[in-house]
Design a protein around this ligand. Structure first.
Ligand code: FE
Length: 188
């Protein structure tokens, strides 16, 4: 049993400002290898971790993070059943070893580009098991000007610093309008 209040960022008491401070430190410790699979088809996966894999770059948190998301894998809450998007990967250290007990949290816009700012729709977190794996059942986020389609993520190993980043999608024509777009964060 993992005591999240001790081992991860203190979800209920840590302020947004504290999180920003925590996430502005040294380079990230983990390589995050996002993989996507639609309901109808499996896409080829992002290249696996090697000795030369760079740590996942940071990206801005944006204005729509809120603490205390529920621990769950399905953040769709029974909606968009015909548009399910599976998003997953592994939390790995820089030697490509899985990191168990790491916290991963995601939040995103709905297909119309709107965030739930009153509740926890399309928000959730998980704790990685021994293999470092994580997976969420969600829906493709819509773009909202000036942002391309993206999913926000926070990752933290036990007692470690927080990595705040984002995931983008391949073949999205809205990349060009987004000054925050980072081609290194496009999932395969
Ligand atoms: Fe956003």
């Amino acid at each position: 049993m993992i005591d999240k209040t001790q081992t991860h960022y203190r979800r209920s008491t840590m302020s947004r400002r504290t999180l920003l401070v925590a996430s502005s430190g040294a380079a990230g410790l983990w390589a995050l290898t996002p993989r996507l699979a639609g309901a109808q088809s499996l896409l080829s996966t992002t290249p696996s971790c090697t000795d030369t894999t760079e740590p996942t770059p940071r990206a801005t948190q944006g204005p729509y993070f809120s603490p205390d998301s529920p621990e769950r894998s399905n953040i769709r809450e029974g909606r968009y059943d015909d548009q399910e998007l599976m998003v997953g990967g592994y939390i790995l250290d820089q030697s490509c070893r899985p990191i168990p007990g790491a916290l991963i949290e995601i939040w995103q816009a709905d297909p119309d580009g709107n965030y739930d700012t009153a509740g926890n729709h399309l928000r959730g977190h998980q704790i990685t098991a021994a293999d470092g794996r994580w997976i969420f059942s969600t829906v493709m986020p819509g773009p909202y000007r000036p942002r391309a389609r993206h999913i926000h993520l926070k990752v933290q190993r036990r007692n470690g610093e927080v990595l705040t980043t984002q995931m983008f999608f391949p073949g999205d024509p809205t990349h060009a309008q987004d000054r925050q777009f980072d081609p290194r964060l496009v999932a395969a």
